[in-house]
Design a protein around this ligand. Sequence first.
Ligand code: LLP
Length: 418
Amino acid sequence: MHYFEYKNGELYCEEVPIKKILEDVGTPVYIYSAKTIRRHYKVFEKSFSNIDHLICYSVKANSNIAIISLLKQLGSGADIVSAGELKRALKAGIDPKKIVFSGVGKTPEEIEFALRADILMFNVESLEELETLGEIAKKLEKKAPFALRINPDIDPQTHPYIATGIKRSKFGIPEEFVIEAYKKAKENPYLYPIGIDAHIGSQITSISPFVSALSRLKRIWEELINLGFELKYLDIGGGLGIVYKNEEPPLPQEYADAIIKEGKDLKATIILEPGRVIVGNAGILVTKVLYTKENILKKFVIVDAAMNDLIRPAFYQAYHKIIPVEEKYEEFEVVDVVGPICESSDFFAKERKLPKVKKGDFLAIMSAGAYGFVMSSNYNSRPRPPEVLVDEDKYYIIRKRETIEDLLAFETIPAKYL
Ligand code: LLP
């Protein structure tokens, strides 16, 4: 569900014609719909209304501070994985008491920053990290609230690169070490165990992996309560999938019902860390056709966006729907849509049936709101595109286009080479 629709033959975002934005900022450009983000957040939030819960939007999915701020207005907390994301969440006005800090490699500096900011809890991913957290907490004379991230060894049946709760993945702590670790933490008065956590992967399109993970967490939770721990938060991470092509992910209500059923007897606040399901379908990447060409085997549409702008097709062979900005075509053809970068993996679609576009036409690459701009780079010395947020009949440039000067600004030539 999103608010990108054709009206009188041209694509709109809410009440703004896409072409109006293109005339202003050019291409390539990311365009987000505020109404879609609000709707997704509210539907997700409402699904859990029958249980004590806290939504911590996973900032990594789309970390523009305007987007985080919009979600803050709706009451969201934040799941962060770095000092940079913490800074963004704070700058957007998220209440630190609604921030959880995940990640396998938090540096001592990042831990100190988050402790000083008084975040809700650290989702600790190794025994050594727990030790470091204890040391820093002692130095600052602050109690560090934490949950251990458990690796429940569950296959979420998703792309291997985004499966995070299987035994051979780097994430979390194996179940068999968990109870001992909590007991050990009790010896340090600066460590304050207040929850348990798991996150099993992303773009998950069935309910059963979530239920299995939760039932593992529940067993551990009960064991810890019996041992006298006073836990408050049960964090089951993010991961709910969306429709890119023809997937059939559970509806938020179905997902919530399954979690509520499994978790309702625990006296816990359930923490959820949704990312993609909130912003994924709320964003598009709009690009211009630079050239078309063909060889004996194929026809190519060469566009001005590239894998540095949206890496998901190159990285995960991800499917993104592509539609024209103007609905004016009568003929269709099978093409590869490719970018200007010097890599064969620089493509957005392969052997895709598309309207017969020409040089100068515009295409919208759909479902690019999550893991789009945030994963962009400057490869081939390409400035990153701007981000625009549409809200009803207005639009705001929430990140301006980089310039080549911006790219060079960090580099220096030592005098010896002049
Ligand atoms: N919590 C933790 C600890 C995470 O690592 C993630 C995502 C989330 C929550 C949010 O998951 P979501 O609800 O968005 O599925 N770049 C990949 C996705 C990587 C996901 C990383 N972790 C992609 O483009 O598909």
